[in-house]
Design a protein around this ligand. Sequence first.
Ligand SMILES: [Zn+2]
Length: 427
Amino acid sequence: MKADAGRTYRAYPTGGQDRILTGWGHTARALWNVALEQRVYLWKQRRHSLRSAEQCRQLTVARGDLDWIEDFPAQAGQQILRQLDRSYDNFWNPAHSARFPARKKRGDRLSIPFPGQAVEVRKLNRRWGEVRLPKLGWLRFRLSRAVGGMIRNATVSRDGRGWHISFGVHTGRKPDAPNGKPPCGVDFGVAASAYVSTETEPRLTPPTLTANEKRRLKHLEQKKARQLTYAKKHQGGKYGRRLRTTIAQIAKLTARRAARRRDFTHKLTTDLAKSHGLIGIEDLRVKNMSKSAKGSVEAPGKNVRAKAGLNRSILDNTPGERRRQLEYKTHAYGSVLVAVPPFHTSRTCARCGRVDPDSRKGCGRLFACAHCGHEDDADHNASMEIEARARRTGGSDINSTRSAPEARVPADGRRRMREAPKPVRTS
Ligand SMILES: [Zn+2]
């Protein structure tokens, strides 16, 4: 029984538990790094690939000798080594985009994983639950939704806002029957976060921080820079209490921003999956799109600044995460996701199907076909083209040959409603 759903709750440790969990979080990171180092070293020296079974045995021995690992729960240690196995497997899997397992840094979020057998959950009342963790006791959490299944694993983590407990749950939920809703194409973009072909307005990411929060964040960043300079000058670079406070305050704001973005993404993908029977998206390689423009010493890249800004907005809009969510949500809600080849979607006329860079004069938002005169918002035109491509493949064969341009006008007449030229937006 594999976990097929995730649940995350805010956890509220007592003061003592907070100290223990913080210590464990650092131990967990150190253990990951040491285990990774050991695997890399053994492979380089003896061409031996170390797996978790062997490392778990060594861990048991090491627990007697090393005091920093002695009070760390054994199940958590073994879970970390199994996760390292998974990282290696993903890296070796050609169908998976994972890179080589990375070292964890001190600034990364603390997290301590447990196998499902090691934890026990009970409900206190309508609002609160408790989870029992090995060597820690009962940890209270805010029961914001029912767990609804068998717990396969549990992870305690801490970000800028505080502690969380997440469970991998086996719900055994069957996917819905095909929902029979209309098809659509979605163009995930930079200016508008998503343009759906059946809609006349783009879906914009709401501002994730209020004006006040933005101002405060800027102020805190400046304060941090000042305190860093001070620390370098007078304390040999050692972080003082005030600097740590500032860093924690910044972390809290950025964690809040990330949570709001996540919330928007989830609502968007759930809505798309529930209200459409077929969803076409572009088969983009996010990694390539956001690759740095820096270049090398011999051949420095162009537009480094501009590209950095573009990267930020692409990553803010998280197309990779949206696709991941759409994949499982379409499956759950009786819809089909089709990733279509992304070539020239922004230069192809959705009405006559001709590809012409002249149809996209300048970098404006207007698409004006150089052949049939079709005018539309460029992103909406792209979403129509994505929908057309997705319909042609029908969810089965992504690389099917293109049909003749005449056959590509959908019969529902929806296109005609959008023929009036729209004013050019410059942003
Ligand atoms: Zn045209």
